[in-house]
Write a protein that binds this ligand. Sequence first.
Ligand code: ADP
Ligand code: MG
Length: 315
Amino acid sequence: MNEFELIARYFTKPAKGAILGVGDDCALFSSKKTIAASTDMLVEGVHFFPGEDPFLLGKKSLSVNLSDMAAMGAEPRWALLALSLPAAEESWLEGYSKGFMMQAENYAVDLIGGDTTRGPLVICVQIMGKIDAGLALRRDAARIGDEIWVSGNLGDAALGLYHLQGEIRLDGADLESCLKALRDPVPRVELGLALSGISRCAIDISDGFCADLSHILERSEVSAIVDYSSLPVSKTMEKYVNEPVGEKAILSGGDDYELCFTASEEKYSEIIELGNQLGIRLSRVGRITEGSGLHVLDEKGREKGTGEKGYAHFR
Ligand code: ADP
Ligand code: MG
């Protein structure tokens, strides 16, 4: 199978919402709205272990990009896929493209182009979507007095990773749910879109709660106080909340792909209602204040070390 057969077989779908999709030198698409664009790369050995299930990898490689759209409040529409592959292995390509295309269909995204080369396994997805620029959920838009919210639960993906790395030992339903959180994160696209008009500021939690909230604080030039005991955790995580490994997972574990957003106090009941409507747990975890830095407090009001500041490729 040569490169062109490979593209034709696994990565060519009619692009409904584009003027021209896969097959020419460029794809063509247009929008009356502002375009939000983002790209995320997954590298074997850095972002995932060798031998991961290609179907889940295909799905996750789009999900992490969808998560960036969610964090901006954008409606995902188009994607480009650049693949570097050690070999054109049919079973891998079959699984990968199934996972990717299924998730693309779930979120009405058209794969409109990409690039395919031989090399180490690297997956690079670019995503583009529509947005009203004035309503974007920007990192620099937190205001003093805003309340801080988090969707879903924190740290389960990290527990799954710690298990695979041999740091802890999970089993049964705990293991299953944490590995699912790690390998098959749910991008909060619906929530991001629904937050338009409620929130002006959000980020997706990909590198760890403290690290990602700190990006908001820096860009918005504010400080925050977070109540550790109000951070949302799963039944599995409840067993670890007061242990160092649990704290580490909650505060600085990566790969959650939940949204952290801020909103003024008056939006409280609207947000609770939205959570009920979407069936997504939304938890109020702290407040934006004057000053700088992130302060996580325990039940006695003592400051917790936020420890490792999340995942960083270069230090
Ligand atoms: P070029 O020579 O201009 O780089 P290619 O031969 O690499 O073009 O690609 C041919 C067509 O297939 C282009 O439209 C390109 O966007 C598309 N394409 C290549 N690889 C992928 C991929 N992995 N997924 C989707 N489309 C792809
Ligand atoms: Mg090319």
